[in-house]
Design a binder for this molecule. Structure first.
Ligand code: FEO
Length: 398
């Protein structure tokens, strides 16, 4: 299926309804690999799709133009979800030049046999005239990889933004005004948290530079194309790029015999009393993808683990290892848990993670009980909840 974004500019990608695991990211709503075709005196393809779907890409292009009429294939990003079908595409488009920057050429040459490809290596000063339209380029290092770049058509005010502003969100509709805004924003936030959050500083720079462009439409490489709610997604990116905190406490934990769970519930009750938003996740019934999304805008995290084999519960280790990698910035945090005979186990291991994540620790020691929390300990947990909520408000007001 093809969609016309602007006159003679088409979506020619593939909607992947079935993907549920994107290197650990749970893509509950599937995804899409967006490729685009610009038809002018010259014809350009912008990006490609994941390797297994190459035949769909070639078929979508062939509906619009014979493949040997394609002059340029632009590669904005070498990650295989966008470059995987380049070998098939370059073989089929015998007269096309592969347009990319030098870093991208190097990466592509390591992934694929590019010996037969005609490269046109460009930098930011490069411009390619297609006739009535021009392709221009902006390097966007680390949004998402070092070689990532945007392609921009000034005559159409159209930005091909690669992973930035994307969502893992399979839909038959193509545009933001055709789908529920809350749903697409939820997926955009989840995508940002799980794919780009680590590179917030670089994203802020990209936003600053892209502000100089006159943009009416943003076509990312995953999900929905932005044409109505540009200001909404750009403002959200500004907040997310600095992990701007909301008055929100995020509690997550695993439990063996409900003791850590009871402490989590008491912390929840205490925090809730103070009128902030409190999110509580038992890691047995949630996943790290959701947790990452919640972590962007929480002010405070409370993380619980019982002691297991002198250490931390596996699901807590998984969650914290993932979050440590994504590096949500500017959080305050506390650890809690329970133990049988090894008090320096699970909750202390959580503390070590929180320190490495540069969290502001609410207390030097975790709140924990032996075997089962007594009423006094639960009262202490409620007090901790109140303290965490107060801290969340303090962080937001800064
Ligand atoms: Fe969608 Fe960084 O690839």
């Amino acid at each position: 299926m093809k969609t016309e974004l602007k006159k003679d500019i088409y979506w020619v990608g593939y909607v992947d309804w079935d993907v549920r695991d994107f290197h650990g990211y749970r893509t509950e709503r599937g995804s899409s690999y967006n490729a685009y075709l610009v038809k002018d005196e010259k014809i350009a393809i912008i990006d490609s799709v994941k390797a297994p779907f190459a035949k769909h890409l070639l078929g979508n292009i062939a509906v619009i133009t014979p493949l040997d009429k394609v002059d340029y294939v632009v590669c904005n990003h070498a990650e295989p979800d966008h470059s995987g079908s380049l070998p098939a595409l370059m073989a089929a488009c015998a007269n096309a030049e592969l347009v990319c920057n030098a870093k991208c050429q190097k990466a592509l040459s390591m992934y694929y046999d590019t010996s037969q490809w005609k490269f046109k290596v460009i930098d930011e000063s490069g411009k390619i005239s297609l006739g009535s339209r021009t392709l221009t380029f902006m390097d966007t290092p680390m949004a998402h990889w070092p070689e990532s770049m945007f392609t921009y058509i000034p005559e159409e005010k159209l930005l091909f933004s690669m992973d930035a502003f994307g969502q893992h969100y399979a839909r038959s509709e193509r545009f933001d005004d055709e789908v529920p805004l809350a749903e697409v924003m939820e997926e955009a936030k989840t995508y940002y948290a799980n794919i780009i959050m680590l590179y917030g500083r670089q994203v802020a720079k990209v936003l600053e530079r892209a502000a100089g462009l006159d943009i009416a439409m943003v076509a990312p490489s995953h999900g929905i194309i932005w044409r109505k709610n540009l200001a909404v997604i750009i403002e959200a990116y500004k907040r997310w790029s600095v992990c701007k905190a909301e008055p929100k406490v995020l509690i997550f934990f695993d439990s063996m015999w409900h003791s850590t769970e009871k402490i989590a519930e008491a912390i929840y009750e205490g925090a809730e009393r103070k009128g902030v938003s409190v999110k509580k996740y038992d890691l047995k019934s949630t996943n790290i993808t959701r947790l990452a999304a919640e972590s962007i805008d929480c002010a405070v995290m409370a993380v619980g683990s019982p002691t297991l084999n002198k250490g931390i519960m596996p699901k807590v280790a998984e969650a914290l290892t993932y979050l440590e990698g994504l590096a949500p910035a500017g959080k305050a945090a506390a650890a809690f848990g329970s133990y049988g005979w090894a008090p320096k186990g699970g909750a202390h291991a959580v503390m070590e993670y929180l320190k490495r994540m540069n969290c502001e620790l609410i207390s030097e020691e975790p709140l924990q009980c032996q075997f089962k929390p007594v009423p006094e300990l639960l009262a202490e947990a409620r007090e901790l909840g109140e303290k965490l909520a107060a801290k969340a408000l303090e962080i937001v007001e800064k």
